[in-house]
Ligand binder design. Sequence first.
Ligand SMILES: Cc1cc2nc3c(=O)[nH]c(=O)nc-3n(C[C@H](O)[C@H](O)[C@H](O)COP(=O)(O)OP(=O)(O)OC[C@H]3O[C@@H](n4cnc5c(N)ncnc54)[C@H](O)[C@@H]3O)c2cc1C
Length: 296
Amino acid sequence: MVSPVSEERRLDIIEREVPLSGFTTWNVGGPARYFCEPESLEQLRQAMTFADEFELETEFLGNGSNLLVPDEGFDGLAVRLGPSFGNVENDGNLIKASAGTPLYKLADVANKAGSSCFNFLTGIPGTVGGGLVMNAGAFGSEISDYLANLTYLDPPGEVHEVSQEDIRYNYRSSPFQGTSDKIILEAEFELNQDESQPDMSEILELRREKFPYSNPSAGSVFKNPTEAEMTAGQLLDEVGAKGFSVGDAAVSHQHANFILNKGHATAKNIQKAIDILRDRVYKEFGVTLVTEIVVI
Ligand SMILES: Cc1cc2nc3c(=O)[nH]c(=O)nc-3n(C[C@H](O)[C@H](O)[C@H](O)COP(=O)(O)OP(=O)(O)OC[C@H]3O[C@@H](n4cnc5c(N)ncnc54)[C@H](O)[C@@H]3O)c2cc1C
């Protein structure tokens, strides 16, 4: 058994007992036993070695916009790429973006390069890394549609490059989900110059009409089921989900697939609401809803 003191001496980039609620858009969740915001590949490698040596579980955070962190926190090392992983540059028909780049910035740089192909990402509050793990999408487009290749780091500290054809992407799913052993570092995207999507401001307007942005949330809680003709939001609406609440975790009146934090919701409140809603839909329609959000 290694004492915490000797662990702490090893690395000054590692903090202890850092609350994760501030790093999630739901604003809920307890502390990570260890937390690190590396600013370079070298620091990231050191952090992964630290986790390996002390047999700690790792979790990667993007902008935490699809994450539910338990109230008890996370008994391992949470890694969130620091600001220096936020570079994005355009070279002709290609955009190279570090994993920490906000998705709106990707759309912005594409626009400056003459393509509106990433406008669908406007209003999705994630990062390129999180977007590639979740295969973020809207209005019929997905981020993987434009992916050329990406690089990731595996636990021994090796960097790998894979091209889009070698990654099995599906609706809101990628092989990077459910594994906490590969951290995406950067990606290259190919712009589609012929595609014409509505302006970013128009998309934002459309989204504000459709989705609630007034309270903390994690976007759509459930994926749209492939076996049903109705969307998850429609099924939830049919079972009277709008306005249903557990503590301060309340289903939006605007969109039945959004659970809002009305002030002091806990992860337990949110999880209970999810379980009850899934149950209601199953009893009424025989459809088992699958969560889109990631529960740590
Ligand atoms: C108001 C609102 C609206 C939303 N609308 C949409 C929408 O229209 N469409 C949509 O698809 N989503 C939507 N979302 C959900 C969310 O924004 C996306 O899924 C987004 O892509 C998550 O990115 P993130 O950086 O926040 O990832 P996180 O939530 O931080 O992480 C998600 C997963 O990715 C992993 N991860 C993050 N970064 C890395 C990395 N660099 N390497 C390896 N693993 C990593 C995490 O461990 C976790 O498993 C919405 C969310 C909100 C709050």
